[in-house]
Design a protein around this ligand. Structure first.
Ligand SMILES: [Mn+2]
Length: 376
């Protein structure tokens, strides 16, 4: 039984600036991508695998430096004598200026080059075929290339599952690929992990090690423990990602102040089934009829959480007072009068009472029930 730990799409040095995350959080996330690689290497050692395979997008070439390459080389060297096979991808494209050519890699690291698929002996009797992105994949020729070869054959490739503009594809559903006799296709490119059987070929996209964007939040972020022998191929999915993206809608109806809103949000966070920790990026959408404008800076200070939360206030016609104040209507007039009065009031108690009176007036004008028993 040959055991392989397969990963892809680490995207070391990725930028998170496009998601409006503060620079410090971006740095933390980049440090955690390195931690994910360290965890993967730990798993490879723990499971005593015969090889670690990486199907591209190991780092982001635009943002990586020689130091990134030195870090990778050091990490992979700790696995020696376990071999590491890398099929470079789109973001870590193999060329004369890439880290793959500029860094001195340890002897246990094998990097596939662009061009046609070539086989490398993984263990006696098991061949790993690979190429750097964009691979030349003449499936028809591959069949004849592989015909008559003994043993188990595996494919390592960064490729889209079907033809997409400008991308190397594996056409996994193509009979030619299945007839080539690969026991497994260890792939990279898709950031949400999936494992499926295509004819006789066991196909694996581990997904990115961490969810990198909101769009990837719902997917699986795995490494795949692949066991293969003459009898077939088995894949165990091992979740590796720690970061998650959380979307939470909090109804602030009935709250009269930012402090109260902070308490409500804190309560909602504590009630979530999964703990909200320092590896959570959250979007909190504030909904409901409010009698105050949330002070988001104060809210951030008052909500006690380790997560990084971004707040959004959902505007609704009925509760956005600034909007109502502009209405050429009795509602608009009432709001304008109350706002003048509120601006002149010094006492917090009086302000609260006046705000409550405004709320009641708006409810009455909306034709809703007003009184001590009225539900909010
Ligand atoms: Mn990728």
């Amino acid at each position: 039984m040959t055991k392989i730990l397969h990963c892809a799409d680490l995207h070391l040095e990725a930028s998170f600036a496009g998601q409006n995350l503060p620079p410090a959080l971006g740095r933390q996330r980049r440090a955690d991508l390195r931690q994910a690689l360290a965890r993967i290497i730990g798993l490879a050692r723990e499971h005593r695998v015969d090889a670690l395979t990486v199907a591209g997008d190991l780092y982001e070439a635009d943002l990586a430096t020689i130091e990134t390459g030195t870090f990778l080389a050091q990490q992979f060297a700790t696995l020696d004598p376990i071999p590491v096979f890398i099929a470079p991808g789109e973001h870590d494209r193999f060329d004369a200026e890439s880290l793959y050519t500029m860094v001195e890699w340890p002897g246990n690291v094998h990097i596939f080059q662009p061009g046609p698929l070539v086989p490398m002996a993984l263990v006696p009797g098991v061949a790993l075929w690979g190429a750097a992105w964009p691979a030349e994949l003449p499936m028809e020729e591959l069949g004849s290339l592989m015909s008559g070869r003994e043993g188990i054959h595996l494919l390592l490739l960064h490729a889209a599952p079907a033809a997409q503009d400008g991308q190397a594809s594996i056409w996994a559903d193509e009979p030619a690929l299945q007839q080539c006799g690969f026991a497994a296709a260890l792939l990279g490119h898709e950031h949400c992990g999936r494992v499926w059987q295509e004819g006789r070929v066991q196909c694996v996209y581990p997904g990115s090690a961490e969810a990198l964007t909101w769009a990837e939040a719902g997917g699986e972020h795995l490494v795949a423990l692949v066991s293969v022998d003459d009898g077939g191929c088995h894949v165990e999915k091992i979740p590796i990602g720690r970061w998650r993206y959380l979307e939470l809608r909090v109804d602030l109806s009935g709250c009269v102040s930012t402090e109260e809103a902070a308490a409500v949000i804190g309560g909602e966070l504590r009630r979530l089934p999964d703990p909200v920790d320092e590896c959570t990026v959250g979007r909190v959408v504030l909904t409901g009829t409010r009698r105050f404008d949330p002070d988001l800076r104060l809210l951030r200070a008052r909500v006690s959480t380790q997560a990084y939360l971004q707040y959004e206030v959902e505007p609704t016609e009925s509760n956005d007072l600034a909007l109502v104040a502009r209405e050429p209507s009795v509602r608009g007039l009432v709001v304008r009068r109350f706002q003048e009065k509120l601006a002149a009031l010094q006492s917090a108690t009086e302000r609260r009472t006046t705000q409550a009176a405004l709320d009641l007036a708006l409810r009455a004008l909306d034709g809703r029930k007003v009184g001590p028993d009225a539900d909010r």
